[in-house]
Design a protein around this ligand. Structure first.
Ligand code: PGA
Length: 244
């Protein structure tokens, strides 16, 4: 279960979140729990999570170790601060910052180089779903952004299926619809990397996951976890999702 805080919370608010969240989830490893705060709060979050099973992730990264790249943060820096995951190509990054499939490949490879688990996001926009183009779009995102990885690299990534029309809108995909998209992605994985990696890869669903709908989503065999935006900002609601 991964929480994506997007552009929310200051360091003080990060501290308050962990104070409340840690006792709620306890220290037993119910599932893998990841929290992805803004860059500025990563250091504080890693300290807060120390000694727990909560892992900290970044919401983006730049390829390359260091250099004259104003405003960017590298995998090397994320690793040094204690991050273990990095979200790659979230639809907001694709939409507002023009991230493309070649960026996905470069970023995933850079994350892996520094020991970070990439959470690679794919998903169709509303007009693409309404135009019956969901599989075409997912296929293109898979072919351009994920298929160029080697099998060894692929074995270490997590995929997040996030239909853009369900993000922050309160319109969750039905469990059946999400599962169908996951099945399609898993099929592409199988074609490219083989059956064993296809059944092993974790595919998270994202898009308006809340405490009251997580159970039904997770009841689908195809859905291995969730990437949670809004509902991860509140300690009680994210704890309820983690412990669904
Ligand atoms: P949401 O965001 O849960 O607020 O819809 C999900 C995401 O963008 O990862």
């Amino acid at each position: 279960m991964a929480g994506n805080w997007k552009m929310y919370k200051t360091p003080v608010e990060t501290h308050a979140f962990f104070e409340a969240f840690k006792p709620l989830v306890g220290n037993s490893a119910i599932c893998d729990v990841v929290i992805c705060p803004p860059f500025l709060n990563l250091h504080a979050a890693v300290k807060e999570a120390h000694g727990t099973h909560i892992a900290i992730g970044a919401q983006n990264l730049y390829w390359g170790r260091e250099g004259a790249v104003t405003g960017e943060v590298s995998g090397h820096m994320l690793q040094a601060v204690g991050c273990r995951y990095a979200i790659i190509a979230h639809s907001e990054r694709r939409q507002y910052f023009g991230e493309t499939e070649p960026d996905v490949v470069r970023k995933a490879q850079a994350a892996l180089e520094y020991g970070l688990t990439p959470i690679v996001c794919v998903g169709e926009r509303l007009e693409e779903r309404e135009g019956n183009r969901t599989e075409e779009v997912l296929g293109e995102q898979f072919d351009g952004g994920i298929a160029p990885l080697t099998a060894d690299q692929f074995a270490k990534i997590v995929i997040a299926y996030e239909p853009v029309w369900a993000i922050g809108t309160g319109k969750t995909a039905t469990p059946e619809l999400a599962a169908a998209a996951h099945r399609f992605i898993r099929g592409r994985v199988s074609d490219k990397f083989g059956e064993a990696l296809a059944s092993a890869v974790r595919i998270l669903y994202g898009g308006s996951v809340k405490p009251d709908n997580v159970k039904k989503l997770m009841a689908e065999d195809e859905i291995d976890g969730a990437l949670v935006g809004g509902a991860s900002l509140d300690p009680a609601s994210f704890a309820a999702i983690v412990k669904y």
